[in-house]
Write a protein that binds this ligand. Structure first.
Ligand code: ZN
Length: 281
């Protein structure tokens, strides 16, 4: 299964650049289908109110429930004090499976990382070249999986990208996505030095072509097994760690009654398409 871990959806309200204006998906989804991409993770464009933007993403995900997986976009500073509430709504009501934070808004605070830990959500954080924050966050939250888009820099800061390759090797809970990376040899280094389990295919659609971004992964020349990890196996594994409040509650009940049950029934990452599971919540 091929999973694109990085795509935007919905309208922004900044109207000064594509990434804060509109992320239309119609052409993107046609391109993705043609490229053989099975699932696409989507989150908002830049917005002045992410609670509102997340609701729009939820409506889009609901319209394409067999293709899209939602992540909650959070502004660590502006949303401070309501982050848990926002994420809880996205996870329980909309079955979102991760959190997105952009460094232009602010770097993840403990409030963000705590809720990622609580629900087992991967945290996709664009560090905008400030790779030193990865060395702060990741060891503080060893049980949170951090995904660093663009190997650390959409703007091709080679110092940042080289640093992220080193961090992939050093930090077990740090991953990177391949979206927008132009310096191909850094991608090669990442899989060779950190291993194929640390890199995830992403497109940064709809502004970049998913087929073109996908072709970069094919060009890495990996064996079939390793390529499958980068294309979707790693994403599937990280998305499978999500715990909904329901599964947490069940686990607590199971412990209380001393019945033998798994500690957590890991939520099926693809349960978004399972109406039965939705009704349970
Ligand atoms: Zn992006």
């Amino acid at each position: 299964m091929i999973i694109d871990i990085h795509c935007h959806a919905g309208r922004g309200d900044g109207l000064t650049a594509p990434w804060n204006t509109d992320a239309p998906l119609a052409a993107h989804l046609r391109r993705a289908r043609r490229a053989g991409i099975d699932r696409t993770v989507v989150f908002s464009a830049f917005h002045s109110d992410y609670a509102e933007a997340n609701e729009e993403v939820a409506r889009i995900v609901a319209r394409h429930a067999d293709e899209l997986i939602g992540f909650a976009f959070i502004h660590p500073v502006r949303d401070a004090g309501r982050i848990r509430e926002m994420v809880t709504r996205c996870v329980t009501r909309h079955h979102f499976r991760g959190i997105k934070v952009h460094g232009f808004d602010g770097m993840p605070t403990r409030e963000v990382c705590d809720v990622a830990r609580e629900y087992g959500l991967p945290l996709l954080i664009d560090v905008v070249g400030r790779t030193e924050v990865i060395d702060m966050m990741a060891p503080q939250y060893p049980d949170v999986n951090f995904i660093i888009p663009h190997l650390g820099s959409f703007r091709d800061d080679f110092r940042a990208q080289q640093q992220v390759v080193d961090q992939l090797v050093r930090l077990p809970n740090v991953y990177a996505d391949t979206s927008g990376v132009r310096r191909f040899d850094y991608l090669l280094q990442a899989v060779r030095r950190a291993g194929p389990r640390k890199l995830l295919f992403g497109s940064d659609g709809p502004w970049l072509h998913p087929g073109l971004e996908l072709h970069k992964i094919r060009l890495l020349g990996l064996n079939q097994e390793d390529e499958a990890l980068v294309l979707g196996g790693n994403a599937r594994r990280l998305l499978a760690s999500v715990k909904t409040p329901l599964t947490a509650k069940r686990a607590a009940n199971a412990t209380a009654t001393r019945r033998i049950r798994p500690r957590y029934r890991p939520a099926n990452p693809f349960a978004t398409w399972d109406r039965g599971a939705e009704n349970e919540i």
